[in-house]
Each structure stands twice: as C-alpha cells, then as structure tokens.
Design a protein around this ligand. Structure first.
Ligand code: B12
Length: 426
C-alpha cells in the first residue's frame, strides 16, 4: 500500500539564543536566533532519495530553511495528514522537537539525526515512535516505512552505498546564494563527501576515528547532478574534507576523466601537501575554509587542536603558492588568552595573507569536552544543558561561564575587527 511520508527539518524558532556568534553567523533575513539554513537539507533529501519514491508519496518540508515558526510547521504537518512523519533533529532545536512531537497526530513519528543518536531514550519519552541512531540511516528508514518499528533502531547503512541526495526534490533554485562576494562562478551548492573528523577539539563533538566517505564515482555523479541543475560552484561542506589525500586524489581522477569543469571550495583542516594543493587549484579549487582558531601554541593546546602555529604558517604559505584563498575561523575568549595576544592577532592574520578571517567567542555547546570541563571545574552550579535538553524551554540562553564584562569586551573586540576587515553578512 502506498504511504504518505512527510520529512521535515526542525524550525529555528525559539531555539537556543546564541551569544557567541557575531552578525555574519546570525540569521540575516529571518530574525531567528541561529544561523539560518540556507543550505539544502541533505539529511532528509538523502532519506527521500533512497526510498522507493515511485510507490510512496514523499513531502519534503524544510521548516528551518523556509524560516517557519513551530506553530506553522505543526499546522503544515497536520494539514498534510501523513502516515509517517520523519523529523531530522539536532540538539540546538530540541524545543521545536518536543513541541512537534507533542502537538502532531501522525500515527508513526520517526526521529533521526545527530540529536537522536545522543538522546534516543529521551526522545522516545517525548513522544517519538521510532528513534534512528547512527550517522547514516537511509536503508533502515526505507525498511521502517514498511514495518514501522517501535523503540530504538540501530542504523548501520554505509555512506558509500547510499544514493546521493536528489536536489530536485526541493525548490533548489531558492538555495542558490543571493550574494556572492566569495566566489566568481554562479549558483554555489554544497555536498558532503565525508562524515566525521579525526581531530578532538574541545569545543566540537564531531570526533570520529572511522570517517565514512562517498565512493569517488558516486560523488562525481553528484557533482554532475549539481552541474545539471545550474550550479557552477561546488562547496565540500564536510566537517573536514581534506583528511584523506588519496581519496581526494581519486575524486579528482574521476572528475578529470569526465572532463568536468566548475569552481570548487571546501571546509577542512590546516594540513595539505603541496602536491594536492596544486592539483586542487588546477581543478578550479579557489578557497579553503579552515578552523585556525588561534595563533598561539598554548591556546591551540587548550583547544586540543591537532595543529601548531608553525604548521599554520606552513599551510598558509602552501595555499598562497597554489593561489587558494583562505577563509579562517578564529575562536577568542579562552581563559588563557592575554590582551597582548588579542592586540597582535589582526597583524598576524594579515601577515599570513588570510583573506577572510571570521571570529567567534568560545562557546560551551552541548556534549562538548569544553562544557564538561567547565562543569567539573565549578564554573556552572548545575548542568544547564542536561536540564534544558530534558525539559526544553523557548529561547534558552546558557549563562556565560566567565564574567559578563569579559563577554562584552570580547564582543566589542569582534565588532572592531569586523569593521577593520569589512566583514558583513554574506
Ligand atoms: C552542513 C552542516 C551544517 C549546516 C546546515 C546545513 C543544513 N541545511 O543541514 C550549517 C553550517 C548551517 C550548520 C550549522 C550548525 N551546525 Co551543523 N553540521 C553540518 C554537517 C557538517 C553536515 C550535515 C549533513 O548534511 N550531513 C549529511 C547528511 C546526509 O547526513 P545527516 O543530515 O546527518 O542525515 C543522516 C542521518 O543523520 C539520518 N537522519 C537525519 N535526519 C533523519 C530523520 C529521520 C526520520 C531518520 C530516520 C534519519 C535521519 O539519516 C540521514 C541520511 O543517512 C553536520 C555533520 C555531519 N557530518 O552530519 C554538522 C552538525 C549537524 N552540525 C552541528 C552543529 C553543532 C551545528 C551548529 C550548532 C554549529 C554552531 N556551533 O553554530 C549550527 C546549528 C545551527 C542550528 N540552529 O541548527 C552538529 C550537531 C550536533 C547535535 N548533536 O545536534 C553536527 C552533527 C556536527 C557535530 N558533530 O558537531 N551545520
């Protein structure tokens, strides 16, 4: 029997308030608290692309990307009356998740995504019928459409075996960036070539020794798909796209074999051989996004970065030699940072030839080692995240662990640097 399946992202509405990110990370057009999803929602598109869509009816609702409120999202779901509701969850939007689970009447509610992997039992208590744990859930979800399993489903689908997400299932043209200061070619779209990151930075949770990667031929099929719908610029929005140089080399072999030409960019780490940098540049690779975070070895150690100032200088020199621009993220606000370090930082960045620096204030996000350390060290009198995740409230804001005066100083510092570098919303 044919089923009606509605897959949705969670709205940003009433989610956690963000005090650490300056304007260019904030919602620009929609007035919500967090970074808007201007990115096509690849998780739910991947689920849909691996279903038997000829048989079932699939509706994609990108509540986050469309800037829907929680109430509007619920209204849309109720209007559609699906047989199956699939919700893609992340921890920043748990308030929306609990409200949608409470106020929708779909007979089978499935929840997946990173938050589901960490908090499966809690989500079951909040009203989900099936919770899908694991980084890739496509084949388990395809089976679940038939069997509607209750409780926890452990997912073992391999990323390399899934079909790439078909962007034509949504109004993809609306996801082409409206402004384009960073890139010359038109219509940038992103893909994810690998999952996870082997590094263990204290402020992140993406730690994964066994990264999963798309097979080069499927990935280049995906690139061809993006090209066929008008994209001329493709961004690897992996957590760390340049860990495995052999794999990247194989992707480039396949791309060259098919004679494809477009602009490329990617999000990765500050380690790359000269050979790969040269080859990427020859293949249209124009810009790399990296988390440099600090230009001081002690601060890098505090963040548990797998890099040193020496390596960062070497990396910047290799990128300059290859003609690849750098967009570098810096994290300020560590307790061991000195005023003289902050004073010197802008000049150091200039000296490195970094074209696009971006600054954020160190933030203890949920489930990170940094947050756990603050709890252990007594900076918080109770487990704010733990309590919030169990009983989410609208517009939650985590108290700043150090003094509020310090927070204001850091914000002022970022504002000054933004003006210096003419950083605007993009
Ligand atoms: C791209 C990306 C973004 C984009 C968003 C693009 C978009 N539209 O999704 C941007 C840059 C905006 C972003 C922002 C942030 N992100 Co982000 N992001 C990612 C990233 C790198 C890739 C997501 C993706 O497309 N994956 C590929 C698809 C195919 O996989 P997937 O979405 O996970 O879906 C699969 C499974 O999870 C599962 N699944 C997913 N949904 C569902 C639903 C059902 C019903 C089922 C059955 C299965 C299922 O099946 C899918 C297919 O196999 C992930 C890391 C990662 N590798 O996944 C982090 C990640 C999702 N982000 C994360 C974080 C922390 C953030 C920020 C908070 C960062 C910050 N500090 O500001 C913000 C939050 C913004 C917000 N308000 O929500 C965390 C989430 C952790 C958590 N527990 O929730 C992740 C996991 C990274 C990490 N490990 O730390 N992010």
């Amino acid at each position: 029997m044919s089923k009606k399946i509605l897959l949705t992202t969670l709205p940003n509405d009433k989610c956690i308030k963000d005090w650490k990110a300056p304007t260019y990370f904030e919602a620009n057009k929609r007035g919500t608290n967090y970074a808007p999803s201007d990115y096509i929602p690849l998780g739910i598109l991947s689920l849909a692309s691996n279903l038997d869509t000829k048989k079932d009816e699939v509706i994609i609702l990108d509540a986050s990307g469309k800037g829907l409120t929680i109430d509007k999202t619920i209204e849309r779901i109720e209007k559609e009356q699906p047989d199956i509701l699939g919700i893609s969850s992340n921890t920043m939007r748990v308030y929306a998740l609990s409200e949608i689970l409470k106020k929708t009447t779909t007979p089978y509610k499935a929840v997946g995504g990173p938050h589901a992997t960490n908090y499966a039992n809690l989500i079951l208590k909040q009203g989900a019928d099936g919770v899908f744990m694991g980084a890739v859930a496509d084949f388990e979800f395809r089976d679940a459409v038939e069997t509607n399993p209750r409780g926890i489903v452990n997912c073992r689908t391999k990323y390399s075996e899934t079909q790439f997400p078909d962007r034509t299932l949504v109004d993809y043209e609306n996801y082409f960036p409206k402004k384009g200061v960073f890139f010359q070619a038109k219509n940038r779209l992103h893909l994810i070539s690998s999952l996870g990151c082997p590094n263990k930075c204290v402020f992140c949770t993406a730690h994964e020794e066994d990264m999963q990667r798309k097979t080069p031929s499927i990935l280049v099929d995906e690139m061809q798909h993006l090209f066929s719908i008008g994209a001329r610029s493709i961004h690897f929005l992996d957590e760390n796209f340049n860990v495995d140089e052999t794999h990247l080399g194989e992707i480039l072999d396949e791309k060259e074999k098919r004679g494809l030409e477009f602009e490329l960019s990617g999000r990765g780490q500050v380690k790359m051989s000269r050979g790969l940098a040269k080859r990427l540049a020859e293949n249209g690779f124009k810009r790399i996004h990296v988390g440099i975070e600090a230009l001081d070895d002690e601060i890098l150690r505090f963040y548990n970065k797998a890099s040193s100032v020496r390596q960062i200088y070497e990396f910047c020199e290799i990128m300059e030699g290859a003609g690849i621009d750098i967009l570098a993220h810096f994290v300020i606000g560590s307790p061991i940072e000195t005023e003289s370090y902050l004073q010197k930082l802008p000049n150091q960045i200039k000296e490195l030839g970094i074209k696009h620096p971006r600054f954020q204030i160190l933030s203890p996000t949920p489930d990170t080692e940094y947050y756990q350390n603050l709890l252990k060290e007594g900076f918080y009198d109770r487990d704010y995240w733990g309590d919030y995740i169990k009983h989410p409230t609208p517009d939650f804001e985590l108290p700043y662990p150090y003094s509020n005066k310090r927070l204001e100083e850091l914000k002022a510092y970022i504002k000054e640097i933004e003006e210096k570098y003419h950083i605007k919303n993009e």
